[in-house]
Each structure stands twice: as structure tokens, then as C-alpha cells.
Ligand binder design. Structure first.
Ligand SMILES: [Cu+2]
Length: 487
């Protein structure tokens, strides 16, 4: 990749151009506020066809910090200037996480120039609702722009999945295994359009796999497949079943498991990821299905639906042995616990407000402070009539018990359903990250309704760090700054 600098308006921009098949439409990659060019390199290297252009947004990587906060429209303008500079007219645009907001702005402003718009790991209205504040929190940590090791560590929060822990996970042991991403997402369609606000999560919905309705997966008989399952929907659950095959779980929430386990079905609340091996021993046509599921008397009930059709054919592959373990067991049950913390998830269905310990989320408030280098036990209670997937950023946890019943954890995870009127006991170790992150219900409507809190990890463990408080203030300002302030 060729790395260059250019002056666009008042802003100097560092950008990269990767040559490719010149007959293809070039791809503009927008990392947004979350990442620099280098973090996207493995992804760009893996995309072998189109020419690619990417740049560091102001304040990230090699582009200097602007004098005033900016909004997506400002960055979209920079993208336009950059494309003019390198002489590219039409582009496909890929927006990752917060880059998705910029990509949408770009598409809106350039209806002719922008051919395809691809949004990955992004959510609508991200600027108004702090749905993914972790990326912003990391923006408030300048260290990540200059420290490659730190950048690698937080990359998983921008890209998720295999960037998260062991990036050699697949390459080492499963090089020859076909890999298939199964991204589960739904869309409610009313009057020919996708419903994008005031979504009723119990309304009928169309389930998709990688954006397709009932796609066909073609596999060879008995050939091992690596399925990377992710529930990327906003609010709904998947109780996944793969007919004709058994599943062996290699990783949960991107944590390689200490003990590989097999399952006939997997429950995926919003945010949940599993990497599994599957093989179909006999030829034929099978279904990938979500089974009937209810998230509780005050929750939603979903019908049994086919998600994809699997066509198994060809001469059968020879049986091959699968790994039994992918990583070390965390064994947090043996650790000394410095502190026990109690969190109670509650809701007021009448007003659509959601609480943790009686409070709604406030982006400028630090709710919990933990000490670096310690292990804590959290007892997370759900006093509502519906399940809430508890999710935490940065430090994953080991589940010890569910409703008092000991749980045999196979590794770490970052998402666990809180049972109706129940309780999950878990432990996590604050090993190496100093600074703020969040925990929340991963049903986005609940999170948006206030079911989220801020955790700050500090050296003393007594009060929020000054840096965190400064970062939260800066973030609040950036989010309330009018768009016109840019110039
Ligand atoms: Cu919830």
C-alpha cells in the first residue's frame, strides 16, 4: 500500500492507496473514529480484487488532531476531497462501526459518486444514541494512536471476532477448513420499507443470513466447515439449530475455549458470537433454523424459522479429528476476589425505561471503579419478567453459577443471558487495561432506554481517573457540537 499525505481544506490527511484490478470499482474504507490505516491492513490485504483507498480521520493515526470537534459530514467532505485528489470518481463505500455513520453521510451527499454502501458492525443513529460508546471511549485514550501493541489490543472492539484474542486461531490448526461467516440479522418490513425507528421487537420480522433471505450453503459431504456465528441483530434472539450436523464450539465471544464442547443447538442473544466446527456426514438438503424461543413472560416470543438451506453433496471426505481445546482455561474460580459487586437490572415497561442499580445510563457519569490487577466477583440480578443479555467490554468474564446452580464454564465470554427473576454470578480479572469501558444489556432498545453503565479501571481502584473524566467531558462536547462548527 502506498501511504501519502495531502492537505484538504484546513486539514492534513494521511491516506493509503492499494492498487488493484483497475476494471473494478474502487473501494473507500471508512474506519471512522475507531481505527487507523494499520488496523485495517489485514482486512485490506485479504480483499484481493478492487483498488482500495483509506485514510486516517483527523486525530487518528498520522492525521493531526483538528482544532475543533468534527461530525460525520465533515469527514465525508474530507473523503470527497481525497477522492478528487487521487482522481477517483465512482466508489463503493465500506463503513466500519462509527465509520458507518460517515459512510451514510457520504452516500447521502454523493448519490451518483457512491455506487454501493456497505455497513459493517454499525448501527443507525449512532451519533444521537451512544449505542457504541466503547469506540468513543477509546478515542479518548490518546495512547492507542501511538502504541501499536495497544492498538492491536483494542482492535477487537472495532472489528470484533478473530481480531479479538488469538489471530492465529484458524491459521494454525484449521488452515484447510472452509470458513463461513453466518451473520444473523433481521429486518421488519412494513409498506415496502424497512422499519428503522420505534421498533417493536415482538413484531413479525424477516430473518436473514449475511443479508440474504434463506440463502443456499453448498458443502461437501463430511467436509469440516468452520462456521463463524454472530447475532448482529439489534433486539432479537436466535436459538440456532443446524439440522443434520453436530456443532463443536471452538470459541465463544471470540475467546478460544479451554475445552471444546458439542451442542445440538446454541442460544444467541443479540451480541453473541460462537465459532463452531460442523460437518454433515450424509448428502442431502438440510436447514439452518432458529427454533421457537421466548425471552420470558414480559419479553418476546419468536417462531421456528428456516434461516438458510444447506445442500450437502459430493464424495464424502474422510473423517478427521477435531481439536479438543483452543486455549487455556481461565480458572477464575481459584482466584482471590478483591471485591464483590452487585448489579440489579430492572425496567419500567410502562415508560420504556431501563435501569441498572436503579439508574439510567449517563455518559458523563462513572458508575463503578475497579482496581487494575485485581479479580472481582459480580452478582448480576435480573428482577424483570424478561431475559437480558448482560454484556461487558474489554475484560471478559467466567460464569460461576446461574440461579445458584454451578456453571461449568469452558472459557471466558462477554455476553450471558440473565434469566427471568434470576441471577448470574461471574468473575473477571482487570489484567491490563486502564481506563473506561461499559457494560450493558445487549438488547439495543434496552441499552438505549438506559440499561448501561460506565466502569473505570484505575490504579487505585478508589475513584475515576482524571483522564477518564476529561475524556467523558470531551465526548459529551463532541456529541453536542453542531455540525456547522467544523468551519
Ligand atoms: Cu435487556
Amino acid at each position: 500500500m502506498r501511504i501519502e499525505q495531502v492537505q484538504i481544506g484546513p486539514q492534513r490527511i494521511r491516506y493509503g492507496v492499494r492498487a488493484g484490478d483497475s476494471s473494478r470499482v474502487p473501494l473507500l474504507v471508512l474506519n471512522g473514529l475507531g481505527a487507523n490505516i494499520e488496523l485495517a491492513r489485514p482486512f485490506i490485504d485479504a480483499l484481493n480484487a478492487p483498488p482500495i483507498i483509506i485514510f486516517d480521520v483527523p486525530g487518528v493515526g498520522g492525521s493531526p488532531t483538528p482544532r475543533s470537534p468534527y461530525r460525520p459530514a465533515g469527514i465525508a467532505r474530507i473523503a470527497e476531497g481525497l477522492l478528487d485528489h487521487v482522481g477517483i470518481s465512482g466508489v463503493d463505500v465500506l463503513g466500519v462501526s462509527w465509520g458507518g455513520a460517515i459512510a451514510q453521510q457520504f452516500a447521502l451527499r454523493n448519490p451518483v459518486r457512491c455506487r454501493k454502501l456497505v455497513l459493517a458492525a454499525t448501527s443507525p443513529g449512532a451519533l444521537m444514541v451512544p449505542g457504541r460508546p466503547s469506540v468513543l471511549f477509546r478515542m479518548a485514550t490518546p495512547r492507542r494512536y501511538v502504541d501499536p501493541a495497544h492498538a492491536r489490543r483494542v482492535a477487537g472492539h472495532i472489528y470484533g471476532g478473530d481480531f479479538r484474542r488469538d489471530r492465529a486461531l484458524v491459521a494454525r490448526t484449521l488452515r484447510h477448513v472452509p470458513e463461513r461467516v453466518i451473520a444473523l440479522k433481521d429486518a421488519q418490513i412494513r409498506a415496502g420499507a424497512i422499519v428503522d425507528r420505534h421498533i417493536d421487537s415482538s413484531a413479525p420480522t424477516t430473518r436473514t443470513v449475511n443479508g440474504l433471505v434463506d440463502p443456499v450453503l453448498r458443502v461437501r459431504t463430511n467436509q469440516t466447515q468452520l462456521l463463524r456465528l454472530a447475532n448482529i441483530s439489534a433486539d432479537i434472539w436466535y436459538r440456532l439449530r443446524v439440522d443434520g450436523a453436530r456443532l463443536s464450539v471452538l470459541a465463544e465471544d471470540a475467546n478460544p475455549v479451554g475445552r471444546v464442547w458439542t451442542a445440538d443447538e446454541l442460544l444467541l442473544p443479540p451480541g453473541k458470537r460462537y465459532d463452531v466446527l460442523a460437518r454433515w456426514p450424509s448428502a442431502g438438503t438440510f436447514s439452518l433454523r432458529t427454533l421457537r424461543f421466548s425471552s420470558g413472560p414480559a419479553g418476546d416470543t419468536y417462531p421456528d424459522r428456516r434461516l438458510a438451506t444447506v445442500r450437502v453433496a459430493g464424495a464424502p471426505f474422510a473423517e478427521e479429528s477435531w481439536p479438543r481445546a483452543m486455549g487455556p482455561m481461565p480458572h477464575l474460580q481459584r482466584k482471590h476476589v478483591s471485591r464483590v459487586r452487585r448489579l440489579t437490572f430492572s425496567e419500567d415497561a410502562a415508560t420504556g425505561r431501563f435501569f441498572i442499580n436503579g439508574r439510567q445510563f449517563d455518559a458523563s457519569r462513572v458508575d463503578e471503579v475497579a482496581q487494575l490487577g485485581t479479580t472481582e466477583e459480580w452478582i448480576v440480578r435480573n428482577v424483570t419478567g424478561e431475559e437480558h443479555p448482560f454484556h461487558i467490554h474489554t475484560n471478559d468474564f467466567q460464569v460461576l453459577s446461574i440461579n445458584g446452580k454451578p456453571y461449568e464454564a469452558r472459557g471466558l465470554q462477554d455476553t450471558v443471558p440473565l434469566p427471568v427473576h434470576g441471577e448470574v454470578r461471574l468473575r473477571m480479572r482487570f489484567a491490563d487495561f486502564l481506563g473506561p469501558s461499559v457494560y450493558h444489556c445487549h438488547i439495543l432498545a434496552h441499552e438505549d432506554g438506559g440499561m448501561m453503565g460506565v466502569l473505570d479501571v484505575t490504579r487505585s481502584g478508589r475513584r475515576p481517573s482524571a483522564r477518564t473524566l476529561r475524556g467523558l467531558r470531551a465526548m459529551r462536547m463532541a456529541m453536542t457540537m453542531p455540525a456547522s462548527h467544523h468551519h
